[in-house]
Design a protein around this ligand. Structure first.
Ligand code: OOG
Ligand code: MG
Length: 278
């Protein structure tokens, strides 16, 4: 079928259920899939967030409980890289958490990329709507260095906003440095990070890249979750979004994100090759 015909073909009758089944199969079978908006052109954000929520409830039923929330596409670098111009939220579960010494399991992933992130751990619940930067700041217990490993279930990371929302914002794995600091001890806007792969600096940024202030990402999360009757809980981890564009990783690669005051978080990929694109 020619591309023009494909674009114009009416929905091949995707439903919320069949979209979710396809995303789960793609993840389990380590294969990518075509974005749904090619054939379901009016898939909207409310529907996409419902698909995401159902995916999380199935995931938490067997793989681990919810432990946090992530922001996606909060920096211009990421919005430009992905061609999508609005922040989104996703949900983090226990089974996504990589601890020191855990490799990035390439044999379980499709085409993973790494990105450095400023991470908040909450000391109290944060419930929108109407959250502002001051309220968000009060809820933060600690700030940590983090690396997110994203892995879109879409072919070549080609998606529109509803696709990536349904796919839980490309969530795959993440790592957070053990020790954090109180918010008062970290100027998160000017916090600098250098992302290294195999010793080489591949990207650099400061916290300002994240909506001008990573606390604004936390504000966005609280208010966005409130629109769907959800809120951030005390103790939850919040990944505020990539400060730089994301970088693909080869088997055996050593990745580290070196922050100016938050310290270093390091990961190594397993040396088993991925099934697609590397
Ligand atoms: C979407 C997820 C973006 C971030 O930090 O911006 C994200 C993607 O780029 O696949 O996690
Ligand atoms: Mg991210």
């Amino acid at each position: 079928m020619k591309t023009t015909e494909q674009e114009n073909t009416p929905s091949q009758a995707w439903t919320e259920d069949s979209v979710l089944d396809e995303l789960i199969s793609a993840e389990n079978e380590r294969r990518s899939t075509e974005r749904f908006t090619l054939t379901w052109q009016d898939l909207d954000l409310d529907t996409a967030y419902r698909i995401q929520a159902e995916g999380i409830s199935r995931r938490t039923a067997h793989s681990g409980k919810r432990i946090g929330v992530k922001l996606g596409l909060t920096s211009f670098a990421k919005q430009k890289q992905m061609g999508v111009a609005a922040p989104i939220t996703g949900i983090l579960t226990e089974d996504m958490h990589l601890f020191p010494g855990n490799p990035i399991p390439l044999s379980e992933l499709i085409h993973p990329k790494v990105e450095p992130e400023i991470v908040f751990v909450l000391g109290e619940d944060l419930r929108g709507p109407g959250i502002d930067v001051a309220a968000a700041a009060r809820a933060v217990a600690r700030v940590h260095a983090g690396i997110e490993v994203i892995d879109s279930r879409y072919r070549a990371f080609d998606f529109r906003l509803p696709d990536v929302v349904a796919d839980n914002a490309s969530s795959a794995r993440f790592a957070v440095a053990d020790t954090g600091v109180p918010l008062a001890d970290c100027d998160v806007i000017n916090e600098h990070v250098a992302l290294r792969i195999d010793g080489e600096i591949v990207a650099e940024a400061t916290g300002e890249a994240v909506l001008g202030d990573p606390l604004r990402a936390l504000v966005f999360a609280a208010n966005e979750l409130a629109a769907r009757g959800d809120y951030l809980r005390a103790g939850e981890i919040v990944l505020t979004g990539a400060m730089t564009d994301a970088k693909a990783i080869a088997p055996g690669a050593k990745v580290s994100a070196e922050f100016s005051t938050l310290g270093v978080v390091s990961l190594q990929t397993s040396d088993i090759s991925t099934t697609e694109e590397g």
